[in-house]
Ligand binder design. Structure first.
Ligand code: PLP
Length: 287
């Protein structure tokens, strides 16, 4: 892989940042992740737009504009020589000038790296599946200082959820919020199919670009969609479930708390949307 640090392209293993960078020391940072699939970015413009919006919300000003970042990413992927890559952009508040705590005086940092495409689930494009649990030991606690729609590094709840899933013999947690509403998991949004309708939470989750793609494809195919709050009882009634992420696309969930979902096989709606998702990678509208 390759990284972009301090204006230079370097092998990812050689990339270094300052221990004083507030992205590291204060989680004062936002990021985005876009995939390159077979040599082409998937929805790069949408990812850059979300990154820009996240920066604006946190009053971060990356030292480059959108077009410059796009050029950096193209060069980064070229220098990585990867055909399919996981490409992360990061903007931090930067290193404080000596003695200053006034964020207006900080020069914000921009970093990026490209590494081989990351799969949350192995073989997710064809046969990979997930075994999920509803997390009991941890809630998705919105970091009060960060809007959940801003991609952030506050992963303590998500990581604790992962430990719980493994402790309970599963692989992937689904976190509820304090009101018992379904939210998301570590790096993925969650969908259920119930009564012929595709359900996904609306609020308190990251507005995933993969989630958006699935909603667009469902709409184009006339699949009824309901975007709004629902509790774990709706998940238990579901005949199909899946998770979505830039790292793996549409990933079927086949068990919940140890019990099969539907008949325990990948259902027709999930299979259809997974095929449509990967086919969209050749659709010029998304490039
Ligand atoms: N939810 C969280 C908390 C995430 O970190 C991510 C992506 O990393 C997602 C959902 C999925 O978003 P996207 O489809 O844009 O990758």
């Amino acid at each position: 892989g390759a990284a972009y640090v301090d204006g230079a392209f370097v092998p990812v293993g050689e990339a270094r940042i300052s221990i004083l960078d507030t992205g590291f020391s204060r989680s004062d940072v936002t990021y985005d992740v876009v995939a390159v699939w077979n040599g082409a970015f998937f929805r790069l413009e949408d990812h850059l737009e979300r990154f820009e919006r996240s920066c604006r919300t946190l009053r971060l000003s990356p030292p480059y504009d959108r077009a410059e970042i796009a050029r950096i990413l193209v060069q980064l992927v070229r220098s990585s020589r990867l055909r399919s890559a996981y490409v992360e952009t990061i903007c931090t508040r930067g290193v404080p000038p000596p003695g200053s705590r006034d964020p207006r005086t900080f020069e914000n940092s921009f970093f990026a790296y490209a590494i081989p495409y990351v799969w949350i689930v192995p073989d997710a494009s064809t046969t990979g599946t997930m075994d999920a649990v509803i997390a009991r030991t941890v809630q998705r606690i919105p970091v009060t200082s960060v809007d959940p729609t801003v991609k952030n590094f506050h992963w303590a709840d998500l990581t604790r959820g992962l430990y719980e899933a493994y402790d309970r013999g599963a692989t992937h947690p689904i976190l509820l919020d304090a009101d018992g509403n379904v939210t998301e998991g570590p790096g993925y949004n969650v969908f259920a199919v119930s009564d012929g309708t595709l359900l996904t939470p609306a609020a308190g989750v990251l507005e995933g670009i993969t989630r958006r793609t699935v909603l667009e494809l469902a709409e184009a195919d006339g699949i009824p969609v309901s975007v709004g709050p629902f509790g774990e009882d709706r998940l238990r009634d579901a005949v199909e479930m899946f998770a979505t992420s830039t790292a793996g696309g549409v990933m079927p969930i086949v068990t919940l708390d140890g019990a099969p979902i539907g008949d325990g096989a990948v259902g027709p709606t999930t299979r259809h949307l997974r095929e449509r998702y990967w086919a969209a990678h050749a659709d010029t509208r998304y490039l």
